[in-house]
Design a protein around this ligand. Structure first.
Ligand SMILES: Nc1nc2c(ncn2[C@@H]2O[C@H](COP(=O)(O)OP(=O)(O)OP(=O)(O)O)[C@@H](O)[C@H]2O)c(=O)[nH]1
Ligand SMILES: [Mg+2]
Length: 478
């Protein structure tokens, strides 16, 4: 049809086939071994939507050759595969010319088309065993990545590192399950050596340790994928909204000398040195009789407790002149803002340094560097911008630590669903250990459900493979 909104200029018809590297690269959607929709011919705009000079339209399925012939006016034999041809592209029913563009095809199987469902090309790649579920998730994250670090993390997951790790664990567990099953079924016939269960014990124990380490990642991958929540909190008029505006360099929040200006939560998404940050301004914390303001304060406290990092803003012109007293005041103030545990992920921002005499500012700075028991402090002025650069450097450093380096170290899990299934997997392994000496059938059930949990992450669970291992490793039935 002739689209009005998504006008498509030179079209590529990519007709996928079996196994050619180029078609794999371009299409990822060759043969589909199973699945309900595999007999349909599907098409989709594979390049970005909207106005553009060049668009790629991909077609896959049994009717793709017919669509190529009718829309590109190819009557005789087809042109050689993988060779691009410049053709007029016409409406197959009215013969109206829609556009001119390059068409190419890849050899494949032998008709109506329908638009691909969201993600259907990728689903076919998954069903054909070309991509695991974590790789598919990586691909999705790559498309949606908004910062450099997110892009790196997604690319790493898409390349299969995380999937391989889980697949490796899954393979080990399959072998364990096969061994335990074999022991249950055949040990009386003395076909199975006694040491078999000890081998399983060792593997299960090592896997548990590895999984625990993997889960103790301080949610770095999840944070990097979904953005670090940085909450700005403190008393009214401290300059919280001014700080938000200084960081994002636009008047995102209303600033006024009236205490209680901000009543709701104001969120701004930012890219800080390649890391995704959701910067959250909140209502000033004070007791109020006003119901709206009280709700604002409740929300502010809620956000502080959910925050990955809190910026506690204090008007430093309100601090006691004696620096030791000032430090004690800040300690008390922090307690009123957040729980002790949250203070570990916190930066103190002493604002309005322009209102302090130079000497007092220096003394305060020195005292805060020495005093223990206080989070790192930055002295800034949102009016003169003094100290802002140092504060931004500190903020970047904190965000970076919270996300970790997406390229180094072991691959990190990136979604809450990974964590849930891994925790279930670890719990199931504990079941194996619990019943190992008393009820081997229940112990085996533990390994089986551990395997199912891992399979939910990778998208692959197979009973056939267990039987394969039993028969192969123990030559049963030879
Ligand atoms: N002198 C001086 N004034 C500042 C500075 N930063 C903010 N202010 C002023 O302090 C007042 C309060 O600023 P806001 O940013 O609205 O403070 P807030 O913490 O968001 O206040 P609430 O939303 O009421 O909780 C405004 O009049 C600002 O112009 C600063 O660095 N120096
Ligand atoms: Mg405000």
């Amino acid at each position: 049809n002739k689209p009005t909104q998504n006008y498509i200029r030179p079209c590529y018809f990519l007709i996928p086939s079996r196994g050619t590297p180029l078609s794999r690269l371009l299409c990822n959607c060759d043969e589909v071994s199973a699945g309900l929709a595999s007999a349909d011919t599907i098409f989709a705009l594979s390049s970005g939507h909207g106005r553009c000079g060049v668009a790629v339209v991909r077609v896959s399925g049994p009717a793709s050759v017919t669509s190529l012939r009718s829309m590109a006016g190819l009557t005789g034999s087809l042109p050689p595969p993988r060779k691009a041809l410049l053709r007029s592209i016409t409406d197959p029913l009215t013969r109206e010319v829609l556009d001119r563009g390059l068409v190419l095809w890849f050899p494949g199987s032998v008709p109506g088309m329908r638009p691909a469902e969201a993600g259907e090309f990728t689903r076919r790649a998954f069903q054909a065993g070309k991509l695991g579920l974590t790789e598919v998730e990586g691909l999705g994250d790559l498309i949606h990545a908004e910062t450099e670090a997110q892009r790196r993390l997604a690319l790493r997951q898409m390349s299969g590192e995380l999937g391989h790790l889980y697949q490796d664990w899954s393979n080990k567990l399959k072998r364990c399950l096969a061994y335990v099953e074999a022991f249950i079924d055949f040990s009386e016939d003395e076909l199975i050596e006694d040491g078999v269960l000890n081998q399983v014990d060792r593997v299960v124990c090592n896997l548990q340790t590895e999984m625990e380490q993997h889960l103790k990642d301080k949610r770095k991958g999840e944070r990097l994928r979904s953005g670090v929540q940085v909450v700005i909190a403190g008393a009214t008029n401290a300059g919280k909204s001014s700080l938000l505006n200084s960081i994002c360099q636009r008047p995102a929040a209303i600033v006024s000398p009236i205490a209680g200006t901000t009543r709701d939560v104001v969120e701004t998404a930012l890219d800080i040195g390649g890391f995704p940050v959701l910067l959250i301004d909140t209502a000033g914390l004070r007791d109020s009789l006003d119901v709206v303001e009280r709700e604002g304060v409740r929300r502010a406290r809620e956000r502080v407790e959910q925050a990955d990092l809190t910026l506690v803003v204090v008007d430093c012109s309100n601090l006691p002149i004696d620096t030791q007293q000032a430090a004690a005041f800040l300690q008390e103030h922090l307690k009123s803002v957040m729980s002790t545990q949250k203070q570990n992920n916190c930066l103190l921002v002493l604002n309005k340094t322009d209102l302090l005499p130079e000497e007092q500012r220096q003394n305060l700075d020195m005292e805060l560097r020495q005093v223990s028991g206080l989070p790192p402090a930055c002295l800034i002025s949102c009016h003169s911008n003094e100290g802002l650069q140092d504060f931004l450097t500190a903020l970047h450093g904190n965000v970076k630590t919270l996300c970790g380096d997406p390229l180094s170290g072991a691959p990190t899990l990136t979604q809450a669903r990974h964590r849930t299934h891994l925790q279930q997997c670890a719990a199931a392994l504990a079941q194996y250990q619990r019943y190992r000496d008393t009820d081997l059938a229940l112990a085996a059930e533990g390994v089986r459900s551990a395997l199912t949990s891992l399979g939910r992450i990778t998208g692959r669970v197979g009973a056939e493979e267990i039987l394969d291992i039993i028969f192969k490793d123990f030559c049963i039935g030879k």
